[in-house]
Design a protein around this ligand. Structure first.
Ligand code: 13P
Ligand code: SF4
Length: 347
């Protein structure tokens, strides 16, 4: 069965340039890290970081008992943590998910402007109208959406659990309305055979990976395993040895016998991959070549908005706090909790 993609009026998405952070000497950097640790103790704060943020933030999160994870594990960690303050180093939807699940906690982010092209490309009002047109379908939304969109959904999923949840719904005979990532939606459709109606959204970072240039790179590195995040276009996914969430790709680098890997996802992940498998060679999948449109060049411009500098400001001034309307939160938590309960049962 071929999934049907609905041509929604796609809003123009402004892709910001990568921010330039001031250079720090080793001594300045160390002083800043120590100061951040002090502020974290004062606020009873813990860092919840995504694999795509700067390695500096990932190492600080690990050193201070926080977590570095994919979006599913970030949500699970926040819900388990005893800390009064969660500082989410990632993009806006990750901070919102933390707040939805932990309304009694303060959730801070280094920069509230760190959004995501999938979230931006799925405005709540247009999405709600789309759902109204298809009342017979179960609404499944990717975690990379606003609280309002999650509030309209039956299920929230991340790339780490999408296949299992959609397979389960398909086995129950449910037809699905999927938003916003059409590439991930198509991949899920091919793997599960489910009847899926797709919203027309995409990730500006993964969409830039080029199938043709990847073929050429593979010829130059015939021993390399190709690892692909399913937000990538079909012609890239079809060349993969492993398709999966960020956690699944890191696991593949560690467990596969290959010494070289071509990686089609944000290159922030290299920090963790290198830590997991020191000595293995990591090559970024091409975003250049024929038809190149490289704006992000394999690094998410919104993830890049997280740095030691604005983390320190957020902790010192309590800036970057996430607030969610309580009525929206109460509806959004249902679709997220369904995913977490499913994950718990799955183990
Ligand atoms: P993961 O859930 O695999 O970490 O993906 C989140 C994301 O934004 C990928 O671009
Ligand atoms: Fe969104 Fe893509 Fe950035 Fe992930 S990499 S946060 S999907 S824009």
């Amino acid at each position: 069965m071929k999934p049907q993609t609905v041509n929604t009026p796609s809003p123009h998405i402004e892709v910001p340039p990568h921010p330039q952070w001031p250079m720090l000497s080793p001594a300045e950097r160390e002083a800043l890290r120590e100061h951040i640790k002090q502020l974290m103790r004062e606020r009873d704060a813990v860092l919840v970081a995504h694999y795509y943020v700067d390695g500096e933030l990932q190492s600080l999160a690990e050193e201070t008992g926080g977590c570095v994870a994919d979006s599913l594990e970030m949500a699970r960690f926040g819900a388990r943590s005893d800390a009064r303050t969660l500082v989410v180093c990632g993009v806006r939807f990750m901070g919102e998910t933390a707040k939805i699940l932990n309304p009694e906690k303060t959730v801070l982010m280094p920069d509230l402007g760190a959004t995501c092209s999938l979230d931006e490309g799925c405005p709540a009002e247009a999405f709600s109208a789309f759902c109204d047109q298809h009342p017979d379908r179960t609404v499944v939304v990717y975690a990379n959406t606003s609280a309002e969109v999650k509030a309209r959904a039956d299920w929230t999923v991340t790339s780490g659990i999408a296949l299992d949840i959609v397979r389960h719904l398909h086995e129950r005979g449910e037809k699905i309305l999927w938003a916003p990532d059409k590439h991930l939606g198509r991949y899920v459709q091919r793997q599960t055979g489910a009847d899926i109606l797709l919203w027309d959204g995409s990730c500006v970072v993964h969409e830039e990976f080029k199938g043709f240039a990847l073929e050429r790179l593979r010829r130059l590195h015939p021993e390399a395993a190709v690892l692909v995040h399913p937000e990538s276009p079909d012609e890239v996914v079809s060349q993969a040895d492993v398709v999966g969430s960020t956690t699944a790709l890191i696991k593949a680098v560690k467990e596969l016998p290959n010494e070289e890997f071509i990686v089609a996802t944000d290159d922030g992940i290299f920090w963790k991959m290198q830590q997991a498998a020191p000595g293995k060679k990591l090559i970024s999948a091409p975003t250049a070549g024929e038809g190149a449109t490289c704006e992000s060049c394999a690094h998410c411009p919104w993830m890049a908005m997280n740095a030691l500098h604005n983390l320190e400001t957020a902790l010192r001034e309590g800036r970057g706090e996430i607030h969610i309307d309580e009525a929206v939160r109460q509806r959004a938590v249902v679709s997220i909790q369904r995913m977490l309960d499913f994950a718990e049962r799955r183990g």
